[in-house]
Design a protein around this ligand. Sequence first.
Ligand SMILES: NC(=O)CC(=O)C(=O)O
Length: 279
Amino acid sequence: MSQKFKLAVIQMKISESKVDSVHKAIENVAYMADKGANMVVLPEMFNCPYETYRFPAYAEAEGGDTYQRLSKIAKEKKVYLVAGSVPEVEADRIYNTTYIFGPSGDLIGKHRKMHLFEIDIVNGQYFREAETLTAGKSVTVVDTEFGKIGVAICFDVRFPELARLMAQQGAEMLIYPAAFNMTTGPAHWELLFRSRAIDQQVFTVGCAPARDYESNYISYGNSIIVNPWGEVIGRLNDEEGYLFGEIDLSEVSQIRAQLPLNQSIRDDVYELKTILKED
Ligand SMILES: NC(=O)CC(=O)C(=O)O
């Protein structure tokens, strides 16, 4: 099995119009697929401004219009699509959800953000996703023809336990649709993506909305790809654009053979396990 593939990360501005944002996302996916991408990633909340009060109004059930259009473009262009995230409604609950489609357009996985973003900086950034969202409970790892990929969302990257669980399930790349802000982005963004890559000896990917000073929540941008040695192999600035990564997942086993961290894990002293497995 070849573990080589071309990864495209799309950094786009999100507009107030869901129709426009979805249209733009689909056009970008098609463009990157035509350029040879095998897997395309979209940003967190790409069809909805990142504001808690908006999530209920923009939310759709699984299988809704946004879902259908994403599935269709994945099938038409024969790409894996890690479809950013969208507000998803089920019963009376709303989740921050990533759908993952295979090249046949079928849903191959779904992640509901497990750690809800909570911040209250004195005289600064405030955000509480829990005002309108419910947290997911499942660890998400999908099978692709190139290898296993773990998917989680933004604030999830701050929790090394989740990255470890994805790696334990065989993930060799961790993809996080994300939207850090102008307070946490400069301080933590690159450090976190490099740390998770080094901890687990995996590729990490962060895909963010482009910065928009007109919006109430200003995304840091800086979409990023890091290799299993912890090196940044691709990074954007704040503007709209694409990252195109030539990925070879066999680098994961090469790094692990030379620096075998897994052999030194003290599972006689400590243990990490999931308690709940389903949403
Ligand atoms: N948007 C997030 O979930 C998280 C974030 O912005 C941060 O951790 O900073």
